[in-house]
Design a protein. Structure first.
Ligand code: ZN
Length: 96
C-alpha cells in the first residue's frame, strides 16, 4: 500500500490515479499529451484528399485541430476549396 501525495489517503500501489481525489500518483503513468511525436505541418497528401473529398478534410479538421493545428488548418482550407469547387460544378451542371 502507498499513500496519495495529495490527499494522504491509502491507495493501491499500482494505481495511476488516486481514487479519493483523482490526482495522478508517482507511478510514472501520467498520460503525456505529446506522447506521439508526429510533426505538425501541412500534409500535401492529406490536403489533396481533402480537396477531392471535402468531407474527409472537414472531419480531419474537426478531430485534429487541437492536436495538429497547422496540419488540420491547411487540410481544412483545402477541403473548403474542394467543397466550393464542387458546389460550383453542381450549379453549372444544374444550369446547363
Ligand atoms: Zn488523493
Amino acid at each position: 500500500m502507498m499513500y496519495c501525495k495529495n490527499c494522504g489517503k491509502e491507495i493501491n500501489e499500482n494505481a495511476d490515479i488516486c481514487i479519493h481525489c483523482g490526482v495522478f500518483t508517482d507511478n510514472g503513468h501520467v498520460p503525456n499529451r505529446v506522447s506521439y511525436t508526429a510533426p505538425d505541418k501541412p500534409d500535401i497528401g492529406l490536403n489533396f484528399i481533402s480537396f477531392l473529398i471535402p468531407i474527409i478534410g472537414f472531419i480531419y479538421y474537426a478531430v485534429y485541430r487541437e492536436s495538429f493545428p497547422l496540419k488540420s488548418d491547411s487540410c481544412g482550407k483545402w477541403a473548403l476549396a474542394g467543397f466550393l469547387i464542387n458546389v460550383i460544378i453542381v450549379i453549372c451542371v444544374c444550369l446547363v
